[in-house]
Write a protein that binds this ligand. Structure first.
Ligand code: SF4
Length: 369
């Protein structure tokens, strides 16, 4: 399979209090990042086969100005080899999707836009510390449609204690009214060292309880499936197989990918490596012709197998039984999981049920008891 290319744009207009991705609200560092990125592209340009996916994420790629974004896309597509019909995705924040920005995306080969709407409820947006409003999300999506984007994703978040299920379903309903090709519904996590994690320690905010989270998950899945979406990964839904994220599947199936930019991860030939986070450190290394790598690990066959099991069980496709049969005590574990309604075996694959999705991280443990 062709490899994927990921570009990390480490800038945001402001920092959301729950976010652990590497991004900073410092546009003055954009020139340093851009110079480093161009050097890094040269370092890797012949080390991967032509890419069939290009994913520009972050951070917020659309926090760059439209001219810079166009330059970035043009540079990537002219300096790195791509297959004939690559999936080219850019992550966007609603308030950035001005007419100029949408035109820049349209004019630079982007064929898929993922909009970080997060909610169509102003109260929830303000709780999440987002700096846009519900109407910005709607306006952005309508603008993309008007410009002719036929492949669009909407990202949503739920998971704060006391969040109202009815209000969440209203947000889902609004998202559905735009008939996006892809919807991601993430449960909020309280990542270490984020302001939300601190607020949680201080008892000022809390994640929703398990039973509430289960209700949100099952209602979300049911509602979107009723609307014709395929629940193809724990947090991801698509309006047909052709709209599954081609890029994200590379991460789930150990297909090689190259990540460029501060903190980006890459994988090739059983080796994973990740870049320095600091933009200055990243720039200095790349400028000296050194890969700006912070760490790397060579995965053993066993580790690769475990990862395949863990990621596969988070997807509707599940895991091939050939892999399961290599695990100790597999037959008993499969029967137990089936009896608990967490998996089924279909066409020689072990497939998680919806209840299985809810405990996907724990299912692999059943094979090692
Ligand atoms: S806009 Fe996205 S990447 Fe930026 S801080 Fe907020 S959640 Fe993180």
């Amino acid at each position: 399979m062709s490899p994927g290319l990921y570009i990390h744009v480490p800038f945001c207009r402001s920092k959301c209090p729950y976010c652990a991705f590497y991004s900073i609200p410092s546009p003055s560092l954009i020139p340093l990042w851009w110079e480093g990125l161009k050097e890094e592209i040269i370092l890797y340009r012949d080390r991967f086969d032509p890419f069939d996916t290009l994913y520009v994420g972050g951070g917020t790629p659309t926090s760059l100005d439209p001219g810079m974004l166009k330059r970035l896309m043009g540079y990537l597509l002219s300096h790195l080899k791509a297959t004939r019909d690559p999936e080219v995705t850019v992550e966007a924040n609603p308030q950035d999707l001005t007419r100029e920005m949408i035109a820049a995306l349209k004019g630079s080969g982007v064929n898929r836009v993922n909009v970080g709407v997060q909610s169509f409820d102003d109260g929830v947006l303000s709780l999440l510390g987002r700096n846009h409003r519900a109407e910005d999300g709607a306006r952005a999506i309508e603008g993309l449609r008007r410009a002719g984007f036929g492949n669009m994703g909407i990202d949503l978040i739920y998971g704060i204690e006391g969040q109202d299920l009815k209000a969440w379903l209203k947000t889902l309903g609004t998202a559905l009214s735009f008939q996006p090709e892809h919807i991601s519904c993430y449960e909020l996590t309280f990542e270490r060292k984020t302001p939300f994690a601190r607020l949680r320690e201080e008892g000022r905010i809390a994640p929703m309880g398990e039973s509430e989270a289960t209700a949100f998950f099952l209602e979300t899945s049911g509602r979107l499936e009723d609307a014709g979406y395929i629940h193809y990964e724990i947090s991801n839904f698509a309006r047909g197989e052709g709209y599954f994220s081609r890029h994200n599947q590379k991460y789930w199936h150990h297909v090689p990918y190259l990540g460029l930019g501060p903190s980006a991860h890459s994988f090739q030939d059983g080796r994973r490596w990740w870049n320095l986070r600091s933009i200055r450190g990243y720039f200095s290394a790349a400028k000296e012709g050194r890969p700006p790598v912070e760490g790397r690990e060579d995965l053993t066959r066993e580790q690769l197998r475990m990862e395949t099991l863990a990621t596969g069980l988070r997807t509707k496709a599940g895991v091939h039984m050939a892999l399961i049969r290599e695990l100790p005590g597999w037959a008993g574990a499969v029967s137990g999981l089936q009896a608990s309604g967490l998996v089924k075996v279909l066409e020689d694959r072990l497939i998680p049920t919806k209840r299985g999705f809810l405990v996907a991280d724990q299912i692999p443990l059943a094979f090692f008891q």
